[in-house]
Design a protein around this ligand. Structure first.
Ligand SMILES: C[S@@+](CC[C@H](N)C(=O)[O-])C[C@H]1O[C@@H](n2cnc3c(N)ncnc32)[C@H](O)[C@@H]1O
Length: 294
């Protein structure tokens, strides 16, 4: 993991999300050799980089093709949030034949709900090609399509992205998966700040129930947000499942939490794009990691 720029202040208020335009990796950015750089050198380099450049740097190992992608999938224009209740998002995603999707569909599965550009999940899939499968569910069709374009380019056989409204499709998709559900992540979900729009938030009781029910014993749920209100909302819902879920620090004391119970470190080894942008702006990331009882 690269060093982060120093935190300036916390953001718990609405702020504009970076547009996907910034996803284009600046051609000159290459992952530096960490071993040769002092923390001070890393920090001073990081200070000169823009937030999209930091994203490109974090995912530089993927060597993604940014040149042909818009010819293949069209221009990816991002609206801030979509309304998951719109009729176009109410049709369940067809359950694929998992044996055709993954090289080995019996491997433990990680599902990332709201996978955005998908680079976070691709980074993980590339590191664990033979031990885990990865599924990204994304409500914005072009993002899922572009992620699948990259998956083919990378010749990865343990990852798949689907255009799906997780609220509608999660249960059916994971129930049909032949292997165990090992990890579900909900990372910086759209905050839908207005009270009357809270019902649009992806983490609702039926989804939580379905995650908890389908997780294998010992399986995990990782949640995070840079918006305290959203993090607390998710936390309350998963804390309520304490008969089946335990927070990780009660099982593994090396997983440190701050005095409010938020995990001090990102346990994934890679940050999501929203996380990079938010930390660049000085925001704190509120994280929890739950484990299902064995
Ligand atoms: C703020 S972005 C965060 C993306 C990524 N997880 C990250 O941390 O960088 C939230 C993502 O969730 C997607 N999303 C929102 N509601 C969804 C739903 N019901 N099902 C699937 N994806 C959803 C959005 O389209 C968006 O890409």
């Amino acid at each position: 993991m690269m060093a982060l720029p120093p935190s300036k202040h916390h953001h718990d208020k609405p702020k504009s999300l970076p547009t996907i335009k910034g996803d284009k990796a600046p051609g000159s950015i290459k992952r530096p050799s960490h071993s040769k750089r002092s923390p001070t050198a890393v920090a001073s380099t990081a200070k000169q980089l823009t937030s999209p450049e930091l994203v490109a740097l974090e995912y530089a190992d993927l060597n993604l093709n940014y040149d042909n992608v818009s010819q293949e999938v069209g221009h990816v224009r991002i609206r801030q949030h979509v309304n998951p209740f719109a009729p176009s998002f109410s049709i369940p995603a067809p359950v694929p034949n998992w044996c055709q999707v993954f090289k080995d569909s019996t491997l433990p599965l990680m599902v990332d709900i709201g996978s955005g550009s998908g680079r976070f999940l691709m980074w993980l899939a590339k590191r664990n090609p033979d031990s885990q499968n990865y599924l990204g569910l994304e409500i914005r069709q072009k993002l899922a399509k572009r992620a699948e374009f990259w998956v083919k380019e990378l010749s990865l056989h343990n990852i798949h992205f689907m255009f799906a409204n997780a609220t509608i499709s999660f249960k059916e998709l994971v129930s049909a998966y032949p292997g165990p559900l090992m990890l579900v992540s909900l990372l910086c979900p759209d905050p839908h700040f207005k009270k009357r729009h809270h019902k649009r938030r992806v983490v609702q009781k039926p989804l939580v129930d379905s995650i908890v029910k389908n997780l294998m014993p010992g399986g995990q749920v990782f949640i995070q947000s840079d918006v305290l209100e959203v993090a607390v909302d998710m936390r309350d819902r998963f804390d309520a499942e304490s008969d089946l879920l335990q927070h990780i620090d009660t099982i593994d004391p090396s997983m440190q939490c701050d005095e409010e119970g938020w995990l001090v470190k990102n346990p994934m080894g890679i940050r999501t794009e929203r996380e990079i942008h938010a930390e660049f702006e000085g925001a704190k990331i509120y994280r929890r990691l739950y484990q299902k009882l064995i």
